[in-house]
Design a protein. Structure first.
Length: 259
């Protein structure tokens, strides 16, 4: 059985973070493991509290996983501070981790900062270059490229600028552009569009976490990057289309739909 590790924050309401990752990985029939960087008190209406696990404890969890059940892929989500980012990078290097997917989580859709602003430079210089693929949404990509992204042409320019300093691929997710749900992959110097039917569903809590975990699961299963992204795109569209409606705000996805 293939094994996938998520390094991310916990979402007690089960829609995003570690919980979304484990549900996604399990739906892909891979063995899921988790290193928890922070606990969040959140639900479909917002994020109400964050308790950091601390860099040392993150490192200890990574040691336990890598020394015993070596993962075939690693997904990294919420990492809130400089020390934790440095610890994760050092451990990934120490264990020579493979198939690294970095979702540069910065702010929740509800507007809560999930990464301390002073950690941005470390994220960019230390963690992003370790990714085989990074998966920013539009606001995150804007922070990384330094200009506004208003349309698909801007997405292309941003992917090129962000990808310039990286050896891995860049997937800019188009969920925050209004008319389409088209994602753009910049891979080996080439662009590839993943056209997505925009699903009329306001319940999008955890879409980014789910997509990145699905990519990691597919890489672990042995698919190449382009196919992994396509399979993950199909998965997220299916999970959105299912139309689960829970909670009073932007609800979670259903991972129990037929793949
Ligand atoms: N309403 C929607 N219909 C179809 N796909 C969507 C919709 N909203 C988001 N997606 C897809 O979900 C994935 C996550 O995108 P996005 O919402 O931009 O990221 P994040 O959750 O990190 O903000 C992308 O593949 C995006 O195209
Ligand atoms: C613990 C935790 N991690 C990440 C997120 C953000 O999830 P994401 O799928 O990127 O997007 P939204 O759910 O905010 O739309 C989170 N909320 N909590």
């Amino acid at each position: 059985m293939k094994k996938v590790l998520t390094i991310a924050g916990s979402d007690c309401s089960g829609g995003a973070g570690i919980q979304a990752d484990i549900k996604t990985m399990t739906a892909h029939k891979v063995y899921a493991m988790s290193v928890i960087t922070a606990l969040t008190a959140q639900n479909t209406t917002g994020v109400y509290g964050v308790l950091d696990a601390g860099a040392d404890f993150v490192g200890q969890q990574m040691d336990c996983v890598f020394k015993d059940i070596f993962p075939d892929a690693v997904k990294i989500g919420m990492v809130s501070n400089i020390e934790t980012i440095q610890m994760i990078a050092a451990k990934l290097k120490e264990y020579n981790a493979k198939n690294i997917v970095v979702d540069p989580v910065m702010v929740s859709t509800s507007g809560c900062a999930l990464m301390q602003p002073d950690a941005m430079d470390t994220l960019i210089s230390v963690l992003l270059p370790m990714g085989d693929i990074i998966t920013p949404n539009i606001p995150e990509a804007e922070k990384l490229c330094g200009f506004e992204i208003k349309n698909v042409d801007d997405m292309k320019k941003a992917a090129e600028v962000i990808g310039r300093n990286l050896s891995g691929s860049v997937l800019i997710k188009g969920g925050h552009l209004t008319e389409t749900a088209d994602d753009l992959l910049y891979h080996d110097g080439e662009f590839m569009w993943y056209r997505g039917e925009r699903v009329n569903n306001p319940n999008t809590h955890g879409t980014g976490c789910t997509l990145s975990s699905a990519i990691a699961s597919n890489l672990a299963l042995g698919y190449d990057m382009k196919t992994s992204v396509q399979n993950a795109k199909n998965y997220i569209t299916g999970a959105l289309k299912d139309g689960l409606d829970l909670g009073e705000g932007s609800g979670p996805l259903n991972h129990c739909f037929n793949l």
